[in-house]
Design a protein around this ligand. Structure first.
Ligand code: NJP
Length: 243
């Protein structure tokens, strides 16, 4: 309640659902993503259905200068934030032989450097007041790699390495750092990740809905812990299918 929560990747999927849930609980979601029209619609829906004044900012997290400028503008408008949900990200599933280095570079630019840039942008204010929470969305692919996801898995391993390192640095400064490791969830993610549709077909019956995942992330905001794994057994199924 009465918290300011920045959500990157808020224009669809997990980010959108978390925004709707926190607003229902009386916290203000501050939405960020590239699709301005989608953000506008979600903010309008929240402002009509709840008491909170939802704000949104167009942002491509892979543009590091833009991240700095947009967070500065956001801080000028809202003053202080309580939580950063670092959720923007994407994957492209291919064998490493078929994968393009350009796609892998883009995944690192968004999933890793973009996420680090957003964390860096909120730190001065959180350190100053000795409180705050940073939640980085990684993946089960960041814990146990699967075939056909070398670039994506590597980028999410990087997210977990980053998260584990800054957790230790920031604990003594009063800032809580957590990771979320989802397995397959029914979102737009797979439109890009799995163009053949074969992966989705094989795991569809195990897929989580973004609403369930959002509920668990909101719980994590209220009762922080180091990692949220959703669901823990999913990765095994993926490995068996893809081998
Ligand atoms: O996917 P989707 P999810 N700058 O596609 C935004 C991880 N995950 O909710 O910019 C800023 O519905 C994009 O917005 P837009 C996954 O790796 C998922 O499932 O307008 N924003 C959209 O709002 C990711 O980290 C699964 O196109 C950028 C959002 O990101 C997180 O969960 C499994 C951006 C993506 O929403 C949310 O993904 C897993 C940029 N450059 C991990 N590029 C899963 N779904 O199965 C993208 O292990 N966005």
């Amino acid at each position: 309640r009465n918290k300011n929560i920045v959500i990157t990747g808020a224009s669809s999927g997990i980010g959108e659902q978390v925004a709707l849930k926190v607003a229902q609980l009386g916290a203000r979601p501050i939405l960020m993503a590239r699709s301005r029209e989608k953000l506008k619609k979600i903010a309008e829906q929240i402002n009509q259905q709840t008491e909170v004044n939802c704000l949104y900012y167009q942002l491509d997290v892979s543009d590091l200068e833009q991240v700095k400028a947009v967070f500065e503008e956001m801080f000028q408008e809202v003053g202080s934030i309580d939580i950063l949900l670092n959720n923007a990200g994407f994957g492209i599933f291919d064998t490493f032989e078929e994968a393009s280095l350009g796609d892998i570079e883009n995944m690192f630019a968004v999933n890793v450097l973009g996420l680090m840039a957003c964390a860096k942008a909120v730190l001065p204010e959180m350190v100053k007041k000795s409180s705050g929470q940073i939640i980085n969305v990684a993946s089960q692919a960041g814990k146990l790699a699967t075939p056909k996801s070398s670039g994506y898995a590597a980028s999410k391993h990087a997210v977990l390495g980053f998260t584990n390192s800054i957790r230790m640095e920031l604990k003594k400064k009063g800032i809580i750092v957590s990771a979320v490791n989802p397995g397959p969830i029914e979102t737009n993610f797979f439109d890009r990740a799995d163009k053949s549709g074969n992966y989705v077909k094989s795991v569809q019956k195990f897929m989580l809905h973004s609403e369930e995942v959002a509920n668990r992330i909101v719980k994590l905001m209220i009762h922080p812990k180091r990692e949220l794994n959703l669901p823990w057994w999913m990765n095994l199924g993926s490995v068996l299918y893809l081998l």
